[in-house]
Design a protein around this ligand. Structure first.
Ligand SMILES: *Cc1c(COP(=O)(O)O)cnc(C)c1O
Length: 416
């Protein structure tokens, strides 16, 4: 596809192309940041109005029963299950990914305290998303039981790090910065062989790549709904527990929503038997309700087609950048190998921050991550081949003209 016409032709053949009409995309914007905040499903505005004016405004407290608010975390969890290789009743949508990491980490450490109490290492990756590492550090500090965090990196590969001291492994399936993807089944198998449990963070995987939690024999999984699942800004996250852990699982945030019968108002905490145990307190219903609009579109798409198109879009993006932007100091951070790649492409540029601000000013929205990394998300539900072509032309023009070299593009905002 070395002409724009060829890209337009590929869009015409694309079986996912009709789904783009299910989203509201602002005119004049090429959106390559769906890995950070997904776009708005067209159904969301009407659904939000309904939740606010009818369910809240008119239904008031009755809506906990009549509008299904109480069941929402598990009903939407069941809707998401199929996309993650999970079954109904195995996950809930609730709280934030960071909070769900806390629950999964506490629960898996507790399983290991019973089975192999001498293990004291929580293994993660130096390059993991910071909140994952911060939550591990907070847990170690809270427990005061001599746990330590060990991080895999170029010097310490997984195979060497995974020794008989490791209790729990917490990894991102797809790395937020590089887009590098772990082989979930292989890593889980290796960890289990060495006696460790595995928590997968699916923030950049859910809705982006095929995931098979049961097939991979994972122990716990958490992730966001506001990225590739288009649930809306700050929409609640999800937590999944392997069915084999459900008989003896536990959660540390023992709020009343995780109680077997919350409205019995008993003094003693009695945890719910199933996955609702992972709820803590009253849910943000307006935000939670929006998650359904994104899930409904995602469930219409064939995940194999989504993956095929995501890889094709990324291959095209990489090829065009290398061809059209040759001579500029850009380095590809993302693996070329399909099996090791998620659904975004990252490029390093010495003036990455300024370049991204200049791209945004031209309507090409990606984002920037330290150090020097430009991230471009590829979201097959609403992004096409001609969009990739147009994006690379903007990148080329911004680099050729040095349009990024302006004082206003050096100003750092709170959120990059
Ligand atoms: C985006 C992301 C998060 C976000 O966590 P929140 O608690 O929702 O802010 C966590 N982990 C990873 C790997 C992410 O990419």
């Amino acid at each position: 596809m070395h002409t724009r016409e060829a890209c337009v032709a590929a869009d015409r053949q694309d079986p996912l192309a009709p789904l783009k009409a299910r989203f509201d995309l602002p005119p004049g914007v090429l959106y390559m940041d769906g890995n950070s905040l997904g776009v708005m499903p067209r159904a969301a505005a009407a659904r939000a109005a309904e939740v606010i004016t009818q369910e809240w405004g008119t239904g008031l407290i009755r809506s906990w029963n009549t509008a299904g608010w109480f069941e929402l975390p598990s009903r939407l969890g069941d809707k998401l299950a199929g996309l993650l290789g999970a079954k109904e009743g195995e996950l809930v949508i609730t709280d934030t990914t960071s909070l769900n990491i806390f629950k999964a980490l506490a629960a898996s450490l507790r399983i290991q305290q019973k089975r192999q109490p001498e293990r004291r290492v929580i293994l993660s990756e130096r390059d993991n998303f910071p909140t994952d590492l911060y939550m591990i550090q907070g847990m170690i500090d809270l427990l005061q039981q001599g746990y330590e965090m060990r991080l895999i990196d170029d010097e310490l590969p997984l195979d060497r790090a995974l020794d008989e001291d490791v209790a729990v492994v917490l990894l991102s399936h797809v790395n937020y910065r590089s887009g590098q993807m772990h082989d979930m089944a292989a890593v889980t198998r290796q960890a289990h062989e060495r006696g460790a449990l595995v928590i997968w963070d699916l923030a950049h995987a859910a809705g982006a790549v095929p995931v098979d939690l049961n097939g991979a024999d994972a122990d716990y999984a958490v992730g966001c709904t506001y990225k590739y699942l288009n649930g809306g800004p700050g929409s609640p996250a999800f937590i999944w527990v392997a069915p084999r852990h459900i008989p003896d699982f536990w959660q540390p945030l023992s709020g009343w929503w995780g109680h077997q019968r919350p409205f019995d108002m008993t003094v003693a905490y009695e945890p719910a038997g199933g996955i609702r145990r992972y709820l803590c307190g009253t849910q943000p219903i307006v935000s939670l309700a929006m998650v359904e609009c994104g899930l409904d579109v995602a469930r219409e798409a064939d995940m194999a087609e989504v993956r095929k198109k995501s890889l094709a879009l990324a291959d095209l993006f990489i090829a065009l950048v290398e061809e059209r932007c040759a001579g500029h100091p850009l380095t590809l951070v993302t693996p070329r190998n399909h099996a090791e790649r998620g659904s975004h492409v990252s490029l390093r540029h010495p003036n990455g921050y300024e370049v991204m601000q200049a791209l945004i000013a031209r309507g090409l929205i990606g984002d920037y991550r330290e150090p020097e990394v430009l991230r471009f998300g590829l979201t097959p539900l609403y992004f096409g081949y001609a969009d990739v072509w147009d994006a690379v032309e903007i990148l080329k023009d911004v680099l050729d003209s040095k349009a990024w070299d302006k004082p206003e593009f050096k100003q750092r905002s709170a959120v990059t």
